[in-house]
Ligand binder design. Sequence first.
Ligand code: CA
Length: 254
Amino acid sequence: MLSVQASGLSDVGLSRSHNEDYFEIDHEHGLYLVADGMGGHRHGEVASRIAVETIRDYVGRAACQGPSPQAPLGGDRLQAHSRLLREAILAAHEQVLRAMRGDGTLLGMGTTLVGLLLHDRVGAIAHVGDSRAYCLRRGKLDLLTQDHTWVNEQVSAGFLSAQQARNHPLKNVVTRALGGEGQVRVDLREVQVQAGDRYLLCSDGLTTMLTDEEIHHRLAGCEPMAEICRGLVTEANARGGHDNITVVLLALDG
Ligand code: CA
């Protein structure tokens, strides 16, 4: 059984008047979440909080109820806890929509979500939007998520370079969000976690300020987890802190 150390930090940054990001560290259920809300008049923070709390409660209730039912027919080979994370995120989407139906002033709010649910040595990683998950393993940093953004789609299609995307005026336009129209599509992957791994979940307030190389350098540091989180946020603010910055960092040991 691997031991997990985790630390999280959320900061308003230097440009925004309030913080619409939200995060959760739930060691009991092995659940780690970052959400980045959007919508005027502080409604982004309503959406991100609803999403995180809905997922946390859904996973907590499932733990009380015991093992999930067997995989449905149709070839869904994901492990039960991966399906649980996806179901919880779909429930969060419904809950954000329900809140908007109940209060018209909330219309237009939404949130990104990136989550990690650990069970034994398998981690389920799910995301919607442009919040990211990274893995640092044996000195190599891997991005585990693909941003659901207009510019990333243009890069994938070969219409923009990564550098052009980084400076593009539409770089903040997400193509998927909880609370958006219709059914939300959740990207999900499973990773076999190993002793020595570090996982970072973060909002785009970090990744628009720091390059992957800079994130790599910080994550590989020997400082305590909380210090590494503080260093990431401090560096993002030193570059301008244009957005809210949220990081959740996990270190796994054998
Ligand atoms: Ca953001």
